[in-house]
Ligand binder design. Structure first.
Ligand SMILES: *Cc1c(COP(=O)(O)O)cnc(C)c1O
Length: 424
């Protein structure tokens, strides 16, 4: 089935009520009926998947199946935010004394997680420039556990050479993790290019209306072959003491081993669970995601072209502009559009501030991926916690403005920007 059909139907089997909409199973727990069935459920034998909503819920399960299929993966786990999806994907592979290798061009929250919070847990992040993935080679050692990067980065709008990074990861037996939030599962599927794990903040284009916080981790089919016997990942194939000696590479678990371990160990013990109501909101959003992302991409390109032609704009970052240094990579990885995220440079802090303060349709918000157009000044908001050198490394200057182009009429949006630019 094609993605538009998957986005509407995948993962939902109607129960006796035959409701067309996926029901919201707003419940904490489930009736086991008898002691044997309860024991089998807890033992992961023939019982039920429904034990306790912290580790699984039927509404959330529809979202997980649908998202996994859209990303061409074999299984997925939904969690309470994009940040917890990223954190769990790292905790699943690394512990104190280990290191991960990450791109410098990352979402601000991911940068602080990697440089400060993981450090306090004893996990070191080593950074490479997304434009030079060869740098990864110099950073790998026996304690390296994964490579992390963004396919289309927020807010610097860089495009990664996904296939090249997957190849380096494979050569070193390293798990590759990509944050595919800005690409959405509609514009690019990194698993097609050999990536192992795809994470998303569902808080952005998935509902598309800025309604809820959530995150998803998707794994590719056959990942167990890379993990089984690999000295970097012994926790997956040595018996787990906290789960009666379960091995995640055993046949029962192997097609979902990465997300299965996250669910059984990390969700069980640390509990960043997605609420069934939020799962339901994401399911509604997915139904129209292919349509919306197409329009976001068309509007994004039209605005990028307008800005590029404006004398007060110093530079525009949008990969679908022929002038972009990512144009060739965009052709390969984003053949159908590059969504509505773009940034432009106006020269200095004061000019950026004036524009941000004078637009009328664009709203100053620390978010992206809404049907309502959003303007952000990263240096004073989302990336404020980064040091001067971290900002420079991430390619963010004082005069950089980020736009998340929404679904309003594009002529109105262009007029709004034109009016503001004329004031500086
Ligand atoms: C927003 C965002 C995140 C964090 O997701 P939350 O759902 O806000 O926790 C991570 N990565 C990228 C690229 C994002 O845009």
């Amino acid at each position: 089935m094609k993605r538009e059909t998957v986005a509407i139907h995948e993962g939902y089997t109607k129960d006796s009520q035959k409701t067309m909409a996926v029901p919201i199973y707003q419940t904490t727990a489930y009736d086991f009926g008898n002691a044997d069935f309860a024991a089998d459920s807890f033992n992961l034998k023939q019982g039920s998947d429904n034990i306790y909503t912290r580790i699984g819920n039927p509404t959330t399960s529809v979202l997980e199946k649908r998202f996994a299929k859209l990303e061409k993966g074999s299984a997925s786990l939904a969690v309470s935010s994009g940040m917890s999806a990223i954190f769990y994907s790292i905790l699943n592979i690394a512990e104190s004394g280990d290191n991960i290798i990450a791109s410098s061009q990352l979402y601000g929250g991911t940068t602080t997680l990697f440089t400060h919070t993981l450090k306090r847990l004893g996990i070191e992040a080593r950074f490479f420039n997304i434009d030079n993935p060869e740098e990864i080679e110099k950073l790998v050692d026996s304690k390296s556990k994964g490579i992390f990067f963004e396919s289309l980065s927020n807010p610097t709008i860089t495009i990664a050479d996904i296939e090249k990074i997957a190849e380096i990861g494979n050569r070193h037996g390293l798990i590759t993790i990509v944050d595919n939030t800005v690409a959405t599962p509609i514009l690019c599927n990194p698993i097609d290019f050999g990536i192992d794990i795809v994470v998303h903040s569902a808080s952005k284009w998935t509902t598309g209306q800025g309604l809820a916080i959530g995150g998803i981790v998707v794994e590719r089919e056959g990942l167990w072959k890379k993990i089984d016997g690999n000295p970097r990942y012994s926790q997956f194939y040595t018996p787990d003491e906290s789960y009666h000696g379960l091995k995640f590479t055993d046949e029962v678990a192997r097609d979902a081993l990465f997300t299965f371990r996250m669910r059984l160990i990390l969700l069980r013990d640390t509990g960043a669970v997605l609420s069934p109501f939020n799962s339901w909101l994401f399911i509604q959003g997915l139904e129209t995601l292919p349509l919306r992302v197409q329009r976001h991409s068309e509007n994004g390109l039209a605005i990028a072209k307008f800005l590029e032609s404006h004398p007060k704009v110093v530079a525009v970052n949008y990969p679908k502009l022929e002038s972009s240094k990512y144009y060739e990579l965009a052709k390969k990885y984003f053949p159908n559009g590059a969504n509505g995220l773009l940034s432009f440079e106006v020269g200095d802090y004061e000019k950026a501030k004036k524009i941000v303060d004078s637009v009328e349709i664009f709203t100053l918000v620390a978010n992206i991926g809404d049907s309502k157009s959003i303007i952000t000044h990263p240096a004073s908001t989302t990336h404020q916690q980064l040091s001067e050198s971290e900002l420079q490394q991430a390619g963010i200057s004082a005069g950089l403005i980020r736009l998340s182009v929404g679904l309003e009429n594009v002529d109105d949006l262009i007029q709004d920007l034109e009016n503001s630019l004329n004031k500086v």
